[in-house]
Design a binder for this molecule. Sequence first.
Ligand SMILES: [Zn+2]
Ligand SMILES: [Zn+2]
Length: 139
Amino acid sequence: MICPTCKSDMIVVEYHDIELDHCNDCHGVWFDSAELELLLKSLNLDSQNLLLDDIVKSPEVESSGKKRKCPICNKKMKKTNIGKHPELFIDVCPQKHGLWFDGGEVAQLLKQLTGKKPARQDAQQQVISFLGETFEAEA
Ligand SMILES: [Zn+2]
Ligand SMILES: [Zn+2]
């Protein structure tokens, strides 16, 4: 799959049953439609606010940058905010093919979600360090 940001070829990374496409150049990550939910479920995290259906319906955020195109259907993706503190802007395909996270944004999202649960489980720690290593942006 081609990276929607820098057009490099992405590599597939696997975590349990989840396959994600990761760009080695810009460190962005593509989640196919159900993969974000799967990832959150595997971490026992509440994904209620992060279902693709809801993300697609959430309001579009104005951005000055060029719109990215879905690597599957090539339609322009919609930019929307799924974070709180700090805000987290991701791209979503209007046809629900999936979601695009820029480098470091997955780790940020997980931090926000797990931050609400002080009693962490080992599995969560593991995945966070896994994702942190794989996805942390190198600024
Ligand atoms: Zn890239
Ligand atoms: Zn698409």
